[in-house]
Design a protein around this ligand. Structure first.
Ligand SMILES: Nc1nc2c(ncn2[C@@H]2O[C@H](COP(=O)(O)OP(=O)(O)OP(=O)(O)O)[C@@H](O)[C@H]2O)c(=O)[nH]1
Ligand SMILES: [Mg+2]
Length: 297
């Protein structure tokens, strides 16, 4: 009998901040593994999502959005994470291009970085639902960045569940024969404490404004598993006393809300009850402090 060989690939999801990388990964996995919000620079460190079928395993690396601005060491670390995913150890680079915004220096920077990849590239033109004339925009992109004229490309809307199949069909020819790297049940190799910290940070991003989301670092101080429930204690680091007041909210109302929604997200993913304790700490300039940034590398 001539059975098809098992196929697998490490696939970097790369592109500008807010282009929909985390959304696409979650849509393919049909699970929230990487947090996705309307805030550019939501993802801060590479996070893997794993998709397995009886004959294929795709290991996605969701990367931080490539951005030029940002004066902190954190911004450099995020950029380093994204570039390293494109330049090392991948089988495929999937380049997400947001059709709803103008291409500018940031896109140029991304295009140059992707062009340096020595593996197959799939271009995903995203957000067709909010772009007036996707085909015209795609033509503009391909005539501006001629290096991609021969690269396979697809257009979709990552928020639409139907995009899962569009994406999987397009990426399949680029996936080489290879082993199953992770258990078939695994959705990620990230420790639960990392995911818990991300779910808490997501609620802070959703519920605060301006500089606060970027100034927050969530540290899981303890994570205890018992058969009945997981007990999590997290410290929310902010950079100023003013930010601390905002995160706590009047009479502690906002921190309670953050806790309630983060708890729901964590419980949904792990299928076990949790208890969650949050407290807010002022840690000036953590974005330039290697002790904080080390955990992302
Ligand atoms: N309308 C629409 N919104 C989308 C689409 N894809 C993503 N979004 C939204 O765009 C925003 C950014 O999505 P993310 O998945 O967080 O983008 P990202 O590329 O991971 O962003 P960073 O982590 O900041 O680099 C979120 O509000 C998503 O809901 C799409 O196809 N259509
Ligand atoms: Mg992201």
């Amino acid at each position: 009998m001539n059975e098809k060989p098992f196929k697998s690939a490490f696939i970097a999801l790369f592109g500008r901040p807010n282009s929909g990388k985390s959304t696409l990964m979650n849509t393919v996995l049909q699970e929230q593994i990487s947090i996705a919000t309307s805030l550019p620079q939501t993802t801060r460190q590479n996070i893997r999502g794993i998709y397995t079928t009886p004959n294929t395993q795709l290991v996605f690396i969701d990367t931080p959005g490539m951005h030029k601005g940002g004066k902190h060491t954190l911004n450099a670390v995020m950029r380093e994470q994204a570039v390293s995913a494109v330049t090392s150890g991948m089988d495929v680079v999937c380049y997400l291009v947001d059709l709803s915004r103008d291409f500018g220096d940031e896109e140029k920077d991304c295009a140059e970085c992707v062009a340096s990849a020595s593996v197959p590239i799939l271009i995903v033109f995203n957000k067709i639902d909010i772009c007036e004339n996707p085909d015209a925009k795609i033509n503009t992109f391909l005539s501006t960045y001629k290096q991609f004229e021969k690269s396979p490309h697809i257009k979709l809307s990552a928020v639409d569940p139907k995009s899962k199949d569009i994406f999987l069909t397009a990426v399949d020819p680029l996936v080489p024969p290879g082993p199953m790297y992770f258990d078939e049940e695994s959705l990620t190799d990230a420790p639960m404490r990392t995911i818990a910290a991300e779910f808490i940070r997501k609620q802070i991003i959703i519920n605060t404004r301006e500089e606060v989301p970027h100034a927050v670092f969530v540290e899981i101080e303890s994570y205890k598993e018992t058969p009945q429930k997981h007990e999590i204690v997290a410290g929310i680091h902010v950079e100023t006393i003013g930010q601390k007041g905002i995160v706590i909210g009047p009479g502690g109302a906002l921190i309670e809300k953050i806790k309630r929604f983060a708890k729901k997200d964590i419980e949904k993913l792990i299928g076990t009850r949790i208890s969650l304790k949050l407290h807010v700490k002022v840690t000036p300039q953590w974005r330039d402090d290697d002790n904080f940034l080390r955990v992302m590398r």
